[in-house]
Structures are given as C-alpha cells and as structure tokens.
Write a protein that binds this ligand. Structure first.
Ligand SMILES: [Zn+2]
Length: 105
C-alpha cells in the first residue's frame, strides 16, 4: 500500500514551495514522485496542439519526490507520517502517527 495517494492533501517540505499545502493530482509509483496542485510549476514550451491551438509557454506542475511531502492528517490537520495497519479482515488502512491522534486516514 502506498503512503501517498491521489487526492491526499500534502505539505511540502523542501524546494521553492516549502511550507505550502496542496492536493495530490497524480502519483508515479515507479519513480516515487507525485504531482501536487500548484506546486513546482515549470514552464513548458509547447507546440500548437488541439488543447492549445496557438502553442506557446504553458505553466504546469512538475513531479516532486515523495520524500519531500508529508500527508496532512484530515482529522488533526497537521502534516504527519503515515503508518499502515492491517485490520482483522486483512484490509490495510493508513493512520496518522501523531500519538495524540492516531486516526485512520
Ligand atoms: Zn492526525
């Protein structure tokens, strides 16, 4: 089970966007990278295509490494480490590692 999944809110730990939070738009499990809404914007020089008939420079999010983000716990609203717990019926759940929270995410 992955610790960061799509639609998680994450807190950025490093880079120009340090301290920001954003929603995970995409996860690349093979490279351990994620794309976070509004974070690590890069300019791409694009040829004209169907979406952008005139071409030009487009700003879009670039992937960042998973180790540079922390999942924000929806219960206690703090960036946290994520633990994995296996329930009795063998389903895996993620939980907040703050000792005073511990809620499933
Ligand atoms: Zn929590």
């Amino acid at each position: 089970m992955r610790k960061v999944v799509k639609n998680d809110t994450v807190y950025i730990l490093s880079g120009n966007d340090r301290g920001k939070t954003g929603k995970v738009l995409k996860v690349f499990p093979k490279t351990n990278r994620v794309v976070v809404e509004g974070v690590n914007l890069i300019k791409r020089h694009t040829r004209p295509n169907q979406q952008l008939p005139q071409g030009g420079i487009v700003e879009r999010e670039g992937p960042i490494h998973i180790s540079n983000v922390k999942v924000v716990c929806p219960k206690c609203n703090r960036p946290t480490r994520v633990g994995i717990r296996i329930l009795e019926d063998k389903t895996k759940v993620r939980f907040c590692k703050h000792p005073d929270c511990g809620e499933m995410i």
